[in-house]
Write a protein of this length. Sequence first.
Length: 314
Amino acid sequence: MPKMPLTLIPRSLLSLAMAAMAAGASLPAHANIAKPKTGAEVLAQSPDSDWRPLDPENTLLMELPQGQVLIELAPRFAPAHVANIRALALGGFYDGLAIVRVQDNFVAQWGDPLGEDAAKAKPLSAGASPKIPAEFSIPLKSIPKADFARLPDLDGWAKLTGFVDGFPVAADPQKGRAWLAHCYATVGAGRSDAPDSSTGAELYAVIGQAPRGLDLNITTVGRVLKGIELLSSLPRGGTNMGFYDKPEQRHGIQRVRLLAQVPEAERPALQVLRTDSKTWPLWLDTRRKRGGWFVYNPQHVDLCGVSAPTRAAK
């Protein structure tokens, strides 16, 4: 019997067929429609070479009473600030300081509660400078094209976005500059009114919806790889931008060290998916093209809607 041309199939039959497919009805074996891989499947099938270890010289381990917060620093984007932060950690500057601000849907901020009083402020560690330049962006041309895993999806804040070394990056090709974007878990250096007033002695992590309006206004220095939930679940501060009203409300920091200071056997054993790997675009595609439970598939992913996955080191 000759097959009925697709254009002559009654609309009612097409509707029934589509409804059956949506309801999960089995298809003929000859249909041979491949089921898209899930993100977990893509990561599970990735080769070990697509993952990288943490750099002990550029990773902070912050110890809170609630647990550990692991922060990866970004020396490519903020070399002077990262150098200062390393010196502060090596000198024990952050030990015994506190989380002084937790603003809902915004940031958790830590530093010296007495930092604004020069007479009472804790002195910076040896090797840390009290004055360094603002590092809001770097030349776009300084990033090799092979290192920049660009996103094809549109972004309302920048003409070009993607990932470099696992960090979310935005760029303006016309002005020739690139910068770390303020996504969830991004870490920045708090400053006062002067653009060059940050030193890394006061840091914050984004714990809410991505405040991209801060981009190019504050030096961003890294991102939280592990333990962001310990910061985002803290009690919110008062009406003054989330700063705690009373000293007893603050949350003490036990100590902050570079991983290089931690005995190797005691270091958190994590690996990060390389954003210049073959697995990265495959994993991104699983975020862009959702299946299974999803009824509507937007076929889109934004810069702050994804992050480089981590896994326990093998």
